[in-house]
Design a protein around this ligand. Structure first.
Ligand code: AMP
Length: 455
């Protein structure tokens, strides 16, 4: 006897089933439509790249590159290895350089949608294959208005998909009257500036010195990072380290004049756009390539993994990857899996705005008798052409059973096609929730269903 085989998805990866997959599509479609209004075009990137690309850009001693990448040898990789992409900014920059996009007029604004891979410890909202919607602006200018516009677009996106996004007053603070809602059920934008290659190294040295002084109040990971990546200590969520971290020098107090001005103007530009923000001096982000502006957006109801979007400026990255000097960049990545979780948590989702109510109305075609099948096939096609979602059984069913199935499938209407209907040419439309029935000729049916379903 053969052994019974049972395949399961690999640890940390998951299937996205309906209706969640439908929600993903809708979120992605919203991004496509909204980003296009800001002048962004899509770039479709490879899933794998040379490992060296990520080592250079993300940073060889980051957790992502040193521990979390799926890396393997491949004949196509030449000397080196290839890795499944852990993020996509590196790929966008590689493509920008490879295709000489710096000669394009104006800023190059690109968005991407797709899976990323990191061998992280799986938990709620953290997977080894996860999805991102990201965008990058590459060009000659580092004007703070670019940073602010990127964030304006992001917050409009979050609002459009159904999350609560608080409005700001002129100071950038969350407007009064909303403050009780803000935080509890709304998204929060955190911003910071981490300086540039001129001022950051001095700050990092100062930070390292201060960390040495509190070394014995830190855990093993943070102690190690004092040498390897002291900024990362600021990311620590360990309760026992918080008091020591609060005593550390803050980057905002050590920015050079140009970075300080950039940061101040960035905040001014956010206020101009009515964007509410909270400064967070500890927001340094995990990736090495960031300069100046960093930001993160958190959403309620997600537990420990509450960041739904992270981003920032990376002015030296193109050059670091062998591209033209002077190209500046800024971008973000939204974690689609977490965004979906956040949407599922909000009441708004439950009540339907941006959710299931946007799915096309389902119509069930219940036919009885072999003679009714060909007209049922024709009718189903017409209704589908009109954008309705149609369920057509392909074996004959008794009316009661058919209506029961229609109900279970979430259909709003059943169209009944029996002997009477065929001979009279008048089809019965049954509204399943109320039981109300109307008789209509086929030509009027499509218009009627579209009208009643708001199509
Ligand atoms: P990062 O590329 O690390 O800046 O992450 C950007 C966003 O991607 C985060 O804010 C998360 O929403 C999402 N993200 C990052 N890593 C994971 C993961 N392992 N699983 C699910 N979402 C993730």
């Amino acid at each position: 006897m053969t052994e019974k085989i049972r395949f399961r998805a690999i640890k940390g990866v998951r299937d996205i089933l309906p209706p969640e997959s439908e929600l993903c599509n809708r979120v992605e479609q919203t991004a496509r439509e909204l980003f296009a209004t800001y002048g962004y075009d899509e770039i479709r990137l490879p899933i794998f790249e040379q490992t060296e690309l990520f080592a250079r850009s993300v940073g060889a001693d980051t957790e992502i590159v040193s521990k979390e990448m799926y890396t393997f040898a491949d004949a196509g990789a030449g000397e080196g290895t290839i890795s499944l992409r852990p993020e996509a900014t590196a790929s966008v920059c590689r493509a920008y350089i490879e295709h000489g996009m710096h000669t394009s007029p104006g800023d190059v604004k690109l968005y991407y949608i797709g899976p990323m891979f990191r061998r992280e410890r799986p938990q709620k909202g953290r997977y080894r294959q996860f999805y991102q919607i990201g965008a990058e602006v590459l060009g000659q200018s580092d004007a703070p208005g670019i940073d602010a516009e990127v964030i304006e677009m992001l917050l409009r996106f979050f609002r459009r998909v159904g999350l609560d996004v608080p409005l700001a007053d002129a100071s950038g603070e969350v407007a009064r009257g909303q403050s009780s809602r803000a935080g509890a059920t709304s998204v929060t934008l955190f911003i910071n500036s981490i300086g540039c290659p001129q001022c950051r190294p001095k700050y990092v040295e100062r930070l390292r010195g201060a960390l040495e002084k509190v070394r014995d109040r830190l855990g093993a990971d943070s102690q190690r990072r004092i040498q390897t990546n002291p900024l990362r200590v600021l990311d620590s969520k360990l309760e026992s380290e918080q008091a020591a971290i609060e005593t550390l020098p803050r980057v905002a107090d050590h920015l050079c004049v140009a970075c300080r001005d950039h940061y101040a103007e960035f905040q001014q530009q956010l206020r101009l756009r009515g964007v509410a923000f909270t400064e967070n001096w500890r927001l340094v982000r995990g990736l090495d390539y960031y300069t100046r502006t960093t930001f993160e957006i958190t959403a309620p109801g997600l537990g420990a993994q509450n960041a739904v979007c992270g981003g920032g400026r990376y002015d030296g990255l193109i050059e670091l990857l062998g591209g033209p000097k002077q190209v500046k960049g800024i971008g973000f990545a939204i974690g689609t899996d977490r965004l979906i979780l956040a949407l599922q948590e909000t009441e708004r989702q439950a009540s339907g705005r941006g959710g299931a109510c946007l799915a096309p109305t389902t119509v069930f075609v219940a036919w009885m008798g072999a003679a009714a099948y060909p007209p049922a096939v024709r009718l189903a096609r017409r209704l589908r052409e009109a954008g309705l979602r149609v369920e057509l059984p392909h074996t004959e069913q008794k009316l009661k059973k058919a209506l029961g199935l229609a109900d279970k499938l979430g259909a709003r209407f059943a169209i009944i096609l029996g002997e009477d209907e065929i001979s009279s040419g008048q089809f019965t439309v049954k509204h399943l929730a109320t039981g109300e029935q109307t008789k209509l000729a086929e030509v009027d049916l499509v218009a009627h269903l579209r009208a009643v379903s708001g199509g």
